[in-house]
Design a protein around this ligand. Structure first.
Ligand SMILES: [Fe+2]
Ligand SMILES: [Fe+2]
Length: 462
């Protein structure tokens, strides 16, 4: 057993025990075997280390001061455990001596029952008082500290970097110059890394729609949404990079649409629509012209050609042989529709609030959109996606800043207008928070169209 190599297994195993204990009772066979796995794992680690200190900082786990890297296969269990720790105000667990099965059993029992009280951490600690080998510590609250500020800055930089490269690439395609695919690939690789670690921040970047030159932002947004969706499907890191590239190039054909049509502030005429509808075909042609005809180029060409077709072939272009669309095309068209509908510069002139866009997509699910992929998509962006403006029963107005996978209707919300109607900044509330009577402090009453209140999302999310 190696501490660094097996750290993620420890997290994973604890998550499994907690998860199964929430469903089954303590005498269940599955729980018993998971518990004995943890015991032997930690005891083996304790052969080499004097203690094992597991700590949650922000969204990341550290083991003996070493940051545990997210790994794709364990992602869901990691996120789950982060949330469970936070619910109990639990910040660290220290294993000090060789464990017995009974130690972990007590720990699990305390862990499961703690959140049902007002002071979950105190109750937790009390229930653990008889256990000498395990010590727990309270969660240190970080309020937008230096670290998370730096992470935000880094994410912003890499997002805008991707946009500016996309602009460069599209201009080269337009003028027929050679495109540096390797560079695009490197950018996508780092994007995939960021999405695996800071998904919410990047999804937040895609929620801001009033950028200049929206076309390039759109391409990057569709990449981010596609990668985030692909990640949930369990696609490998290498394929996620490919998916991101394919998504980035999905609208390449638009470089040939005259800018006066593309950027027209009013609705398209029939003739203009005819031109717009050619962009999948033009994209296919432009990508095939890139010459290095490898697998990635082919995949990009296919997605460019298919992304408006719809799975029932009711879209465009129409083809005689109605075969099933490629997986990447189906992912990209979901991401594309969502981003296009929620922005004001692609096709429709009035941007839809995210939840409205989702309900339109819901109607298309099963006919035009892949229903299974759509389920994953909803799960990813949440019932109230980041950037949704919501009215709370506390008479405050807020902006959804982070979704909650377990309680989709209770995201984290940045308050923007207080009870008296005054603007406010910097105050984030968690809608799962309850008062002493066990009532939720705040709940969402309805969503609000940000345009009506002249709310500029960039002001809050950037
Ligand atoms: Fe398109
Ligand atoms: Fe698009």
């Amino acid at each position: 057993m190696d501490l660094h190599k097996n750290a993620k297994d420890v997290i994973n195993q604890i998550a499994i025990v907690v998860r199964t204990s929430q469903i089954h009772d303590a005498n269940n066979v599955a729980i018993a075997s998971s518990i004995s796995k943890i015991v032997s794992m930690i005891n083996m680690l304790l052969d080499k280390e004097s203690l094992i200190h597991l700590e949650l900082r922000g969204e990341l786990f550290y083991i003996n001061e070493y940051r545990i890297r997210y790994s794709l296969e364990y992602l869901l269990n990691f996120d789950f455990l982060v949330r469970e720790f936070k619910k109990r105000d639990l910040g660290s667990v220290t294993f000090k001596n060789q464990l017995k099965t009974e130690d972990i059993k007590t720990f699990t029992r305390a862990f499961i029952t703690a959140p049902f009280s007002d002071e979950p951490f105190d109750v937790f600690q009390e229930k653990m008082s008889a256990i000498q080998n395990i010590e727990i510590g309270r969660l240190k609250k970080i309020v937008e500290d230096e670290d998370s500020f730096d992470v935000r800055k880094m994410i912003k930089r890499s997002y805008f970097n991707a946009v500016s490269h996309t602009r460069g690439i599209m201009n080269k395609v337009k003028s027929g110059e050679k495109v540096n695919i390797k560079k695009a690939k490197r950018i996508m690789e780092s994007m995939v890394d960021h999405i695996l670690e800071e998904e919410q921040l990047l999804l937040g970047m895609t929620a801001i729609k009033d950028y200049d030159e929206y076309t390039y932002h759109h391409s990057v947004n569709v990449s981010i949404l596609s990668i985030a969706l692909g990640q949930r499907l369990g696609i490998s890191r290498k394929m996620l990079t490919e998916l991101g590239m394919v998504a980035l190039f999905h609208d390449t054909g638009k470089t040939e649409v005259p800018p006066e049509v593309l950027n027209k502030p009013t609705n398209f005429t029939d003739d203009e629509w005819k031109i717009i509808k050619k962009h999948p075909m033009w994209g296919l042609r432009a990508i095939l012209k890139l010459k290095n005809l490898d697998e990635l180029t082919m995949k990009s060409a296919i997605a460019s050609f298919e992304h408006h077709m719809n799975i029932d072939h009711t879209g465009y272009p129409t083809v005689r042989l109605k075969t099933e669309l490629d997986l990447f095309s189906r992912i990209v068209s979901l991401a594309d529709q969502y981003d296009a509908m929620t922005s004001s510069r692609v096709y429709s002139r009035t941007p839809l609030p995210p939840d409205k866009a989702l309900s339109i997509m819901m109607e298309r699910s099963g006919t035009q959109l892949d229903p299974l992929l759509f389920k994953f998509f909803i799960n990813m962006v949440g019932v109230y996606p980041i950037g949704t403006v919501v009215m709370l029963d506390s008479k405050e107005l807020g902006l959804v800043s982070e979704s909650n996978q377990l309680f989709p209707t209770r995201p984290r919300v940045l308050l923007i207008i207080d009870r008296q109607g005054n603007r406010m900044t910097g105050h984030i509330v968690d809608l799962t928070e309850k008062d002493e009577q066990d009532h939720y402090m705040r709940s969402i009453i309805k969503t609000i169209d940000p345009n009506k209140y002249k709310i500029n999302l960039a002001e809050y999310l950037l």
